[in-house]
Structures are given as structure tokens and as C-alpha cells.
Design a protein around this ligand. Structure first.
Ligand code: FE2
Length: 207
């Protein structure tokens, strides 16, 4: 199941399977971390979302539309948080792959070089966003009016609601790395960028 398939579904929302085995990202991210992160945290966002929308008109909206509809509305903050976290996590699983990193596909690499100068500069900007996001949140590579940009978002916030197209993301909530890296978020971020990041997924999202 692709993230886009998940986005089109209405309630009850379901936890999509991981696109790889729980231990496939080891040793960069351990099976224990993935098991808790996907099986407990991501599952909880899905379950809470279903509880919150049950019996409401919002239950008839797809996940992506639910995120758009509830963004910035204080009376729907809990639904937004759980819908966005459900969406963000599925996008994150696909942003990683075993034996990732390396060189992006040619079309994406050309855009990266046009936007950042070099691949290393792009990775450095992603690492800076991921390590300087204060508290919980996400670092993203996005397509904005034909150019690539790096943005960071706090808590459940997502660039989906900002008129840009997300290409890949790195989860920097502590639950993403604490069992493996404790307080060393930069080590987690740099290892992900060097060894797991899925440039092919980002290239597919260029559309
Ligand atoms: Fe997470």
C-alpha cells in the first residue's frame, strides 16, 4: 500500500504495514525502535483518530482531506494532531529504506543541485533543520513552486497544509531515536541521511 492509497481512505482509518521488515533498518534504527514506533505510537495515532471522528461528519473525509479540513482550527486540534501524525508517519516509513542514502535519481539530483548547489549542501540543510527543531517535530524536503526547499515543522504540523509538496521527511520526535541514540539526535539524523534516506521515494513524489 502506498501513502497515496492510505490518503484516499475514509474512517475507520487503518495502520498501513511497514514497507520493509521491522529489523530491515538495523543497525541504524533497531527493530525495537521500529516495533514501538510503528506498532505502538503510529497505531495509537490511528486508533485515537478513529475514536475522535466516530459518528461525526469528519468520518466521511479521506485522511488527507481530514488534515486539510482541521488544520489551524483550535476546536479540531485533537483530530488534526492525530490525523496529521497518522499521515506523517506513513510518509516517514516510505522516506527510509534499507541500504538507502547514496545518489538520488538523475532528475531529482539535477533539482537538488539547482536548488542547493550540491547534494552535500542539501543533506546539510536537512540535518540542520532536523537537529535544530526545538522539541518534537519533523524535517522535510519539499517542492515549492518548482524549487526544492527544506522546512521543519513542530509536533504534528505538516507542510501538506502549506501549499507545498512534501518529498521526504525525517521524524525527530524522541520516540524515533531515543532507544538507539538517547540524546544524540544529530547522530540519528546523520546516519539516516547517509544510510537510510530514500531518494527514490522523493523522486517519485515529484510527480
Ligand atoms: Fe514518530
Amino acid at each position: 500500500m502506498t501513502p497515496i492509497d492510505t490518503n484516499d481512505k475514509t474512517a475507520p482509518h487503518v495502520l498501513p504495514p511497514l514497507p520493509y521488515a521491522e529489523n530491515a533498518l538495523d543497525p541504524v534504527i533497531s527493530a525495537k525502535t521500529i516495533g514501538f514506533h510503528h506498532g505502538k505510537h503510529h497505531q495509537r495515532y490511528v486508533d485515537t483518530l478513529n475514536e475522535l471522528v466516530a459518528g461525526k461528519d469528519l468520518a466521511g473525509l479521506s485522511l488527507a482531506k481530514l488534515v486539510a479540513e482541521t488544520a489551524g482550527k483550535p476546536d479540531h486540534a485533537a483530530i488534526f494532531n492525530n490525523a496529521a501524525q497518522t499521515w506523517n508517519h506513513t510518509f516517514y516509513w516510505h522516506s527510509l529504506r534499507p541500504n538507502g542514502g547514496g545518489e538520488p535519481p538523475a532528475a531529482l539530483k539535477r533539482l537538488i543541485e539547482a536548488s542547493f548547489g550540491t547534494l552535500d549542501a542539501c543533506k546539510k540543510e536537512l540535518a540542520t533543520a532536523a537537529t535544530t527543531q526545538f522539541g518534537s517535530g519533523w524535517a522535510w524536503l519539499v517542492l515549492d513552486a518548482g524549487a526544492l526547499k527544506v522546512v521543519k515543522t513542530g509536533n504534528a504540523e505538516t507542510p501538506l497544509t502549506r501549499g507545498v509538496k512534501p518529498l521526504l521527511t525525517i521524524d525527530v520526535w524522541e520516540h524515533a531515536y531515543y532507544l538507539d541514540y538517547q540524546n544524540r539526535r544529530p547522530d540519528y539524523v546523520n546516519a539516516v541521511l547517509d544510510k537510510l534516506i530514500n531518494w527514490g521515494f522523493a523522486a517519485d513524489n515529484l510527480g
